[in-house]
Design a binder for this molecule. Structure first.
Ligand SMILES: Nc1ncnc2c1ncn2[C@@H]1O[C@H](COP(=O)(O)OP(=O)(O)O)[C@@H](O)[C@H]1O
Ligand SMILES: [Mg+2]
Length: 230
């Protein structure tokens, strides 16, 4: 059996303490393998963002164990010195709104992180061009975010999330700002990416129409996570 790319063992999260404590994720244990697309589905406030940002080492869990790429990254406390560096090097994040940096052009938005990771600018540019072409926005290299449509911006954001060749891509409602047709095409793109490039993709969504595009569905309800059987 292959090793999981993402593995949670009894991960939980409580915000605050005492009277005002909110138990956002009760106890999550599951494994995700490379090439899989997994939906996190659930109503607003059920704990989806908390869960995906714990996997992405943005939100610190309250307990349990988290492994990424076979490495123990959380057990009681972070097990890596620099969680930002880990994120920059190994995880691609796509947010609800694209979060492109407005004063950088498309090429600069996509090459920023690889260059921070020590990739030469020539190499980063070549790779950015290839990624943007793959995503159908190869002609937008020198445009600024304000010159792009919503769908184009989200494609650039996906290119950016791929620029560090992550084996894990995490997306929190990546299609929320798009119309139904655009949303579907972005999701189809993520799916073929996962399958072709052996990437594990976790997507928060509450769009039921997207569900046929996923290999697995994890339903989040009131902080409980359970696998949905097809
Ligand atoms: N930073 C925070 N501080 C306190 N409570 C929070 C914080 N973030 C989220 N919560 C609470 O945790 C619960 C789950 O929130 P969230 O993970 O954002 O759910 P979802 O993404 O499914 O809407 C909610 O009750 C929310 O109010
Ligand atoms: Mg959320």
């Amino acid at each position: 059996m292959r090793d999981p790319v993402i593995k949670l063992e009894g991960i939980h999260k409580t915000y605050g303490s005492g009277e005002s404590a909110v138990s956002a994720i009760k106890e999550a244990s599951f494994e995700i393998y490379s090439g899989e697309t997994v939906a996190l589905l659930g109503p607003s406030g059920s704990g989806k963002t908390t869960l995906i940002t714990m996997i992405g080492c943005i939100t610190e869990p309250s307990g349990g164990k988290l492994h990424l790429n076979g490495q123990l990254v959380y057990e009681g406390t972070w097990q890596v010195k620099d969680t930002r560096k880990l994120r920059r090097e190994r995880i691609g994040f796509i947010f609800q709104s694209h979060n492109l940096i407005p004063f950088l052009n498309v090429r600069e938005n996509v090459t920023l992180v690889p260059q921070m990771n020590g990739v030469s600018s020539a190499e980063a540019n070549t790779q950015a061009q290839a990624l943007l072409e793959y995503l159908g926005v190869g002609d937008k290299m020198e445009k600024f975010p304000s010159e792009l449509s919503g769908g184009q911006s989200q494609r650039v954001a996906i290119a950016r999330s791929l620029a560090n060749n992550p084996k894990i891509i995490l997306a929190d409602e990546p299609t929320a700002a798009l119309d139904a047709e655009r949303a579907l095409s972005v999701m189809q793109l993520l799916r073929s990416l996962a399958h072709e490039q052996e990437v594990a993709i976790v997507v928060v969504t509450h769009d039921e129409r997207m569900l046929p595009l996923f290999d697995r569905i994890l339903r989040v309800e009131d902080g409980y996570v359970r696998e949905e059987k097809f």
